[in-house]
Each structure stands twice: as structure tokens, then as C-alpha cells.
Ligand binder design. Sequence first.
Ligand code: SF4
Length: 366
Amino acid sequence: MLEIYIHIPFCRAKCGYCDFNSAYREEGDVRRYVNRLVREIRKTKYKGQKADTVFIGGGTPSFIKGEYIEEIMSALSESFILANDCEISIETNPDSVSPEKLKAYKRAGINRVSMGVQAFQNKNLKLLGRIHTAERAEEAFHIIREAGFDNINLDLMFSYPTQTLEDWEKTLAKAISLAPEHISAYSLIIEENTPFYKKYKNYQTNEDLDRIMYRKANEMLEAAGYHKYEISNFAKAGKRCRHNVGYWKRYNYLGFGLSAHSLYDNVRFANTDDFQEYMGENIISYEEKLRVKDIIGEFMFLGLRMTEGVSFDEFRIAFNSDIYEVFPGVIEKYSDLGLIERDEKRLWLTEKGIDVSNTIFSDFLL
Ligand code: SF4
């Protein structure tokens, strides 16, 4: 299995909480970037391989012209064999989707659209530094649907300063009423080096409220027919994001673009995060052959993020060892505490386990 990630590092404006590699740039820089990206794809040494998923993320891919996305996709389809059922996703923002761009995405073969909405209250959107309104998000959703996309994700956010449980319930209810196929619900982590961090540096996340909001999302989304398949991701039947599942299952993936990361045969490598450097020839800034203990750690903590958990057989095949021998006493300990559940085939986190998942993950690092 091979997955492809394309990074578009542009946004019209920076959201207050965001520490991703993205910035506003003028059209000339965007054009130069797309040329460089297309060249990177065409020169890949992995040419001719079959790809099962493509994810165009950012940044805000819908910030750039639709024809640029078509150029990128045609470079991909010339350099790789895109599977007949290839899942091809693009991230968008409500302020920049348009019928014209969506037509270009269709022509390019894109079959899944993800939109960052975060909240359906204008006061919260403003607080988060989002540049769209709730009304525009709703309108943009309909524009995407009318363009013929039958696989849409909405990103929502909870647990940020001043947000109330009632706000969160209303955001969930509005999202459910639009009936996207997939919903991601993330708890905000305030990252250093963001305007949000400076503004709220003394802010303490209310852990109890955070968990209440998380459970509310579980309850409302499950009742509306969304199945939780990963800690923060919910999908209607058959609409899990295959690209993300592949990431959690540690399939090979190739990243193209500024600061894009790749994992191929357990070698992790990344492109530079410096825009000017990316325009040059030597763009790989980091490469590391993973050690077996790193691979085991990733296998465990990524696997446990998914509700189906970790398969004992898959562990044995991957590492030629028994999971209970590699982690003596760990599984039993968390099982006794009611944080891990298991049967003869798999183990997975319980809802109580999800609440303390980071502590559990750290016990699976060797
Ligand atoms: S739109 Fe997305 S990538 Fe761009 S600044 Fe906001 S959160 Fe970051």
C-alpha cells in the first residue's frame, strides 16, 4: 500500500491557534511553488508505483487556483499509477471554496472534500481567528454538495477558552444537520509560538469540561449514525478516511512539498521547511532509518488510536514476537484498571482509557 501527501503551505490569514507551516503569499510565490512541487513529483525516484490514496492538505489548498490543483494531480497521475478506487482528498476552507474550484477538483479526480469549520458561532470563529462566518461555512458546505461530492468531512474543534458546552452542542447539532459523511472533532491544544499562546498563556484547560465535551460528541455523533473509528474521527458506514487509516496502520507514504514528511520501508524523511530552500535542488532536510523499538512504539500508539485497536497476529507477523512478551505486565495492568479491553485477537482502549491515552501510549514506548 502506498499513500501520497501533498502540502500546500498557504493560507489567506493565520488562525490564532495554528502552528502549521503555512502563510499568506502573493500569487507570484504561489505559482513558483506549484512549479517546484510539480517538478518534485515528476522527478520522484518512486515513479511508477501504485498509490491507493492521495491527500492534498495544508495550509489551505482551496486558497490556490483550481487549475494549480489540476496541474498537481496530472503530475501525480503521470508519475504514479493511481488505483481505480484511489481516495483523493483535498482540504478546503469556507472562505475560499467556489463552484469553479470544485469543478476543477472534479476534473482532477478528487473525490473527497474536507472543510475546516471548527465552530458554528461567529463569536467563537472570531476568537479562534477564523476568517469565515458560520453562515458562510453552511453555504460552502452546500456548494460542495451541489458540485457533486458525496464524501465530505467537517473539522470541528472543542475545549478552547470561553467555549461553553452549549456552544459545542450547537456546533455538533448544526454539523449533523448538514449530514456530512465524516466528522473530525479535535480538542484544542494551545501550541507555543502562536498568538493564542501569548493571549491565553495562563489559561488552564478545564479537563473535566474537555472530557464532558468529548463524550457529548461521542453521544451525539453515534446517535446520528457516525461510527467512531479513531479517537477524534467519526464516519458514516464505509466512509472512514482511508488515507488516515493508512497512516495509523503505518503504510508507506510519500510527502511532496514544503516540510512534507515521508515514511518508506521504515525510513522516515522530510523536506525542508524553508520556502527559499525548497525552491532549490537539495530539499531533503532530514532522514532517519527507524530502529525496531521505534517501529514497535509507533505501531502500538498509532494502532491504539483506532477503536479496532491492535491485532495480536499483525504484531506477531510484523515483529516475529509475542506482544505479551515484548510488554511484560503492561497489557495486564491496564486491563485490570479497565483502561484496555482485549479478546483473543485484539486489544483496544476503553472510553476510560481514551481519557488517559497519552499515559498509556508512553508505556508502550521501548
Ligand atoms: S486555515 Fe488551517 S492551516 Fe491555515 S492558519 Fe488556519 S488552521 Fe492553520
